[in-house]
Design a protein around this ligand. Structure first.
Ligand code: KIV
Length: 271
């Protein structure tokens, strides 16, 4: 029996064609069914179930505490919502750094238990064996270089990365290694725009930037930041499209007032 689906699904191959045709790729994070439904319906190309869930969903200071089980829970909710976009899920800290077998097992759990379309992991040369092993099992892998939040305690700050020549050269070399290992795409976070453009020109796979300038093949933002749900995070690269924090707060204040003053529910709002 064949299964027909009306909506044409975005695949890793679609992203590759978009790069070749010069069409920019759009990616946003999402962590739950309701928001993923809206973002997919709006026509986003890729949803990343990012380990930024650790920050914006769970309130942790860093991405380190979130577990593989928690990532799978978020990914399952997002996958249920998405009809068109490609859904990529972050391998969380501690689920792949041990060895390539551990990395493969974690990737397989995400594919099997959540129904994801691929995984993302942070790092260059040090994760190449894991990247190869995961891809050899048929799982698409997105790389992540530049600012890699899972290594925050190694670097000590969230400032712009690879400003110095040596670090920039290392980043380019790692990008080429990730491409050669078989990654279908690469995220570059918080690096100089000129370097972002240089990497995008040096490799054939799509490069998606967050704070990596306009010369890359696509852009990604954390949904809570671009919708203005988070308030005290204003890096230069962030464009806020709404101020939902203020709007949700005002709506909640109005609801409290309406209940306290017995305005809600009115005659028409009860049985
Ligand atoms: O976890 C995340 O949200 C990410 C993006 C910042 C790319 O990795």
């Amino acid at each position: 029996m064949s299964v027909h689906n009306e909506t044409k699904r975005i695949t890793t191959h679609t992203l590759q064609s978009m790069k070749q045709n010069g069409e920019k790729i759009t990616m946003l994070t999402a962590y739950d069914y309701s928001m993923a439904t809206i973002i997919d319906d709006a026509g986003i190309d890729v949803i990343l179930v990012g380990d930024s869930a650790s920050n914006v969903m769970a309130g942790h200071e860093t991405t380190l505490p979130i577990t593989l089980d928690q990532m799978i829970y978020h990914a399952q909710s997002v996958i249920r919502a998405c009809k068109r976009c490609l859904v990529i899920v972050d391998l969380p800290f501690g689920s792949y750094q041990g060895n390539s077998k551990e990395a493969l097992n974690s990737a397989i759990r995400i594919m099997k238990e959540a129904g994801a379309h691929g995984i993302k992991l942070e790092g260059g040369e040090e994760v190449i064996d894991s990247v190869k092993r995961i891809i050899s099992a048929g799982v698409p892998v997105m790389g992540h270089l530049g600012l890699t939040p899972q290594s925050i305690y190694k670097f000590g700050t969230y400032t712009v990365r690879a400003k110095e020549e040596a670090e920039a050269e290392m980043l380019i070399s790692n990008a080429i290694k990730l491409e050669e290992a078989g990654c279908f795409s690469l995220v570059l976070e918080k690096i100089p725009a000129a370097l972002g453009a240089k990497v995008a020109a040096a490799i054939k796979i799509p490069v998606i930037g967050i704070g990596a300038g306009g010369g890359v093949d696509g852009q990604v933002l954390v949904m809570h930041d671009m919708l203005g749900i988070t308030k005290n995070f204003s890096p230069r690269f962030l464009r806020r499209y709404l101020n939902l924090y203020d709007e949700i707060k005002a709506a909640t204040e109005q609801y409290i007032k309406d209940v306290k003053t017995k305005d809600f529910p009115n005659e028409k709002e009860q049985y």
